[in-house]
Design a protein around this ligand. Structure first.
Ligand SMILES: [Zn+2]
Ligand SMILES: [Zn+2]
Length: 349
C-alpha cells in the first residue's frame, strides 16, 4: 500500500509499505477513507521543524475510516463499522486518565519521547496517509455511516474545538470575536454561532477565508489590514466582545484589548516560536479571564453527534478532496494559503 512517510528534514516521500497486521487483541485494523492535512503536518515538514515527529512513520492524524478487523478484546466494534479516531487515545487506566485528564495520559506522554507531547498516531507512530492503519481500542468512536467520509475526517479538529468551547459557555446575546479564519477559526465560528452568540465578528486577512467565515455563520468579517479592528469591535459590541478566540498564534495581546471588562479570552492558535508581551495593566483592570485549550478530552462522542445532526455547515470547511497520491499538491496549496481543510482519500486498497 502507498504511504506518505516522513523522512525528516522536511521530506515526505510516497512509498510502498506492507499492510499492517493486528499485533494485540486490543487493536483494530482500519481502512482509511479520509485524512486531513493539518497545520501541524506543515510544521513537522518545515526546516527546521516547528513541531517534533518521529522519522520514518506515515503521517496523518486527522482521519476516519471503516473497521476491517478487530482484536478479541474489542467486543463493541465489528467489521464494516464507520469510525472516528481519537489520535491521542488516553489509556483509561493511569492516574491522569482516572482523574479525567486523558489529554495528559502518563504512558501516552511517555511514549512520544518529547516532553509535553502525547504520542499522537500519525506523528509519533504510523498514521493515516495510507490505506490501512492499526489503532488501539481507546481510539475508536462509532459514527453513522450516513455522515460523508470527508466530513468525518474533521472529527479530530472538531473534538478539540468542542473541548475548548465547552469552557467558554457562550450564551444567546453574547458577542464573540474570532481572530483568524483557517479551518480552526472557521470551526470556532460555526460552533459558537450554534452556541447562541448573537454577533460573531471574524478577523482575517485572506479574502477567500473571510468568505468562508461568512458561510460558517460570521455576522461580520473584517480585514484587519483595511479596517481598525478595535474600533469595529467597540462599535459593534458597545465596549468589547464577551469572548475573544485567538486562532492564529501571536495575537493574545490584541485579544486582551478586544475583550469586554470581565470577558474571556481563549488562546487556541499554537505557535511556540512566539512569546507575545501581555498588556498586564489592561488585563488586570478589565479582570480578563484568559483560558488555554489544546487537544480534545471526552469530546469525540459529542463530535459524532454534531456531525450526525448536520447542524453545523462543516462542508464549508473542506476546500479540497484529493487522492492520496496528490499529497504534495495539497501541502503546496496550504503553504500558499489557497486551501482550507484538504482531505486526502487513498485510492488503493
Ligand atoms: Zn491536527
Ligand atoms: Zn492514561
Amino acid at each position: 500500500m502507498l504511504g506518505a512517510v516522513f523522512e525528516g528534514n522536511g521530506k515526505l516521500v510516497l512509498k510502498d509499505r506492507f499492510k499492517p497486521e493486528l499485533k494485540k487483541d486490543t487493536e483494530a485494523l482500519i481502512k482509511v477513507t479520509g485524512v486531513g492535512i493539518c497545520g501541524t503536518d506543515l510544521h513537522i515538514l518545515q526546516v527546521p521543524p516547528a513541531h517534533p515527529a518521529k522519522q520514518n512513520i506515515i503521517l496523518g492524524h486527522e482521519f476516519t475510516g471503516e473497521v476491517v478487523e478487530v482484536g478479541s478484546q474489542i467486543p463493541d466494534f465489528a467489521p464494516g463499522d464507520a469510525v472516528l479516531i481519537d489520535p491521542h487515545p488516553g489509556c483509561g487506566l493511569c492516574e491522569a486518565c482516572r482523574s479525567g485528564n486523558t489529554d495528559i495520559c502518563i504512558p501516552l506522554l511517555a511514549a512520544s519521547g518529547e516532553p509535553g507531547h502525547p504520542a499522537t498516531i500519525g506523528i509519533f507512530s504510523d498514521g493515516a496517509m495510507t490505506s490501512y492503519v492499526t489503532v488501539p481500542r481507546e481510539a475508536l468512536y462509532k459514527v453513522s455511516p450516513k455522515v460523508p467520509s470527508h466530513i468525518r475526517a474533521l472529527a479530530e479538529p472538531l473534538a478539540c474545538i468542542l473541548n475548548a468551547t465547552n469552557k467558554l459557555k457562550v450564551q444567546p446575546g453574547d458577542s464573540v470575536v474570532v481572530l483568524g479564519a483557517g479551518p480552526i477559526g472557521l470551526l470556532f465560528t460555526a460552533v459558537l454561532k450554534a452556541n447562541g452568540a448573537s454577533k460573531v465578528i471574524v478577523s482575517e486577512i485572506s479574502d477567500y477565508r473571510r468568505e468562508a467565515a461568512k458561510a460558517c455563520g460570521a455576522t461580520l468579517v473584517v480585514d484587519p489590514r483595511q479596517e481598525d479592528l478595535e474600533a469595529v469591535v467597540k462599535r459593534e459590541t458597545g465596549g468589547g466582545a464577551n469572548v475573544v478566540v485567538e486562532a492564529v498564534g501571536p495575537l493574545l495581546p490584541q485579544a486582551i484589548q478586544l475583550v469586554v471588562t470581565r470577558g474571556t479570552v481563549l488562546q487556541f492558535g499554537h505557535d511556540e516560536t512566539v512569546e507575545p508581551a501581555i498588556p498586564v495593566g489592561v488585563m488586570l483592570k478589565k479582570e480578563v479571564q484568559i483560558l488555554g485549550a489544546f487537544i480534545g478530552r471526552y469530546s469525540f462522542e459529542r463530535a459524532a453527534k454534531v456531525m450526525e445532526s448536520g447542524q453545523l455547515p462543516l462542508d464549508q470547511i473542506v476546500s479540497h478532496r484529493l487522492p492520496l497520491s496528490k499529497v504534495h499538491e495539497g501541502i503546496e496549496l496550504l503553504r500558499q494559503g489557497k486551501g482550507l481543510k484538504i482531505i486526502l482519500e487513498p485510492e488503493e486498497y
